[in-house]
Design a protein around this ligand. Sequence first.
Ligand SMILES: Nc1nc2c(c(=O)[nH]1)N[C@H]1C(S)=C(S)[C@@H](COP(=O)(O)OP(=O)(O)OC[C@H]3O[C@@H](n4cnc5c(N)ncnc54)[C@H](O)[C@@H]3O)O[C@H]1N2
Ligand code: MOO
Length: 395
Amino acid sequence: MISFDAAFALLAGAARPLGSETVPLAEAAGRILVEPVHAMVDAPFADLSSMDGYAVREADLAALPAALPVAGESAAGGGPVASLPPGAAMRIFTGAPVPAGADRVVMQEQVRREGDRALFDERPGAARFIRVAGSDFRTGDLLLAAGTRLDPRNLVAAAAGDVGEVTVGRRPRVGLIATGDELAEPGRARAARGQIPDSISVALAALVAEAGGLVAGQRRLRDDPAALREGAAAALAEANLVVVTGGASVGERDYAKTMFAEIGLDLIFSKVAIKPGKPVWLGRVGHRLVLGLPGNPTSALVTARLFLLPLLRGLSGGEPRDALRWRMAPLGRALEATGPRETFARAVLEDGAVKLLGQQDSGAQLALAQAELLIRLAPGTAPVPAGTMVPVLDF
Ligand SMILES: Nc1nc2c(c(=O)[nH]1)N[C@H]1C(S)=C(S)[C@@H](COP(=O)(O)OP(=O)(O)OC[C@H]3O[C@@H](n4cnc5c(N)ncnc54)[C@H](O)[C@@H]3O)O[C@H]1N2
Ligand code: MOO
């Protein structure tokens, strides 16, 4: 058995990017930039008003009350704007260019309008309500670095830079295989005695999609060596990565590795000193990868979080480690000592403190609906008192 860190290092080395492609920004959500994004424009492109009101010269408000003739208006999207004649005000709207000559905007709530004159009774506050040209960013500025995963917030930055397309990593095609005579499609298990719902496949498909991968095929296979071999070859033919669940352990009917053996499986690691998820394994068939997850649903989801997401990140052009952002959080309740395997316990966050879920069985399924975090505990950790800071990961 190897440690989690050793297994992760091997995984990170195997998760090579699958190449890149240029796609419209509108199709880039969830993808990873392999080239940085630079601004094609200044933002704002000119000095713009941040309020609806009147553009004026501060000096013209030296003596109050002041009445200034309204010389035209400036609206967003309205084209070039004339300069502000001395001693006048210009009607202006939020997002509109401030006319040359004006040095502030007074919001309209502080101005009375009488015909073609604007009346200023009170001293406006210090805020000038002008967003200065280029104050957000300038043409050529780096907006997003290579390796960034495009989420709704950084899509704003790219779009604001007038960037229409981006170069991103290719999406990994992922084949999913669930093994086990007992497995039935959710909704059909109760029709036959001894059958249980395949609860993992639907979750892995969602997780792959969320991580920017493409589910290239989904198979539910019986524990029949010939059918498994055939399924393994078919899945490999259409995917960059095949994820097989179940059959990872040591029983005679645990076929997950043997089903790939005939087509040339090279194991990268097999068995990791973690709890849950010890039987997890990673291998290679030619230039394709195969990840084996344990069949126990909690073990499967924990290992998917710890190994599958980083693998997808690397294949998609990113840094595998970026998929595991550990942070420190205080323990809300004391923890018992852990065993010889590194433990990834399921927990929730309550009032800013981490609380272990009562149900920690690796076969648990309902507890997955509650779990928010994984707490990472080194092998042989002594009892941990409440209040101790522990590393946690969003689960
Ligand atoms: N003698 C030993 N037995 C076991 C060991 C061991 O070291 N020696 N390891 C245990 C550990 S730890 C784990 S984890 C499991 C891993 O089991 P497998 O990967 O071989 O999975 P299966 O035996 O096929 O299934 C385990 C369990 O999970 C259920 N299952 C499987 N697939 C699904 C699915 N898609 N949806 C829902 N439930 C699923 C299956 O019915 C079993 O109950 O092995 C221990 N045994
Ligand atoms: O390694 Mo297993 O996932 O604890 O039951």
